[in-house]
Design a protein around this ligand. Sequence first.
Ligand SMILES: *Cc1c(COP(=O)(O)O)cnc(C)c1O
Length: 218
Amino acid sequence: MSIATNLQSIKNKLPTHVTLVAVSKTKSNDKIMEAYNTGHRVFGENKIQEMVSKWQALPKDIHWHMIGHVQRNKVKYMAEFVSLIHGVDSLKLLKEIDKQAKKYNRTINCLLQMHIAEEETKFGLDKDELDALIKSEEFNQLQNIHITGLMGMATFTDDENQIRKEFQNLKCVYDEISNLLPNISILSMGMSGDYTIAIEEGSTMVRIGSSIFGSRKT
Ligand SMILES: *Cc1c(COP(=O)(O)O)cnc(C)c1O
């Protein structure tokens, strides 16, 4: 099936309040343009260097989302253009994003990444760390970042009940902290394998790669 057909059939399944991030990591500029030419503008990458090259080569009205783990020393390369950073999980990183955003006179939108999976390897904050972060004075002094919501990844498993539980936990945390952060509006959860469950559990942003562009060689 073509990229255009895949995109359309996914979009047909998404409620209007859910934003689709087309995850184009490892995929060529030609393939991204196939999606672009259907009118799609929101793309996600997980490596800063790769995203920068694509930003330089491709139309400037693309909204680039950084969905991968962010190394602090590379924030400077994307600060000029990145539209949303999904994987923010420390004050140190937020401070660096704030500092780099200032240089471009921008406010950079960020999601705080929560650890919801069983796996030890996934990045993210737990609830206590999240509370401590958003109540800290240093956090509240940052001027050039805007926290627009939360992001999380479920355990890689066939057990739908477990995935659902993890998404429910994230939604709970989201609802709780919307008291402290009244401006949040994005709950980024759901990938090719689990986005329908994620939407049922309250996702407002799904990050879908292989179901649009085909599987990635690893
Ligand atoms: C690669 C990736 C995705 C997309 O995964 P698919 O299974 O190809 O849809 C979503 N989120 C993150 C953080 C990713 O790294």
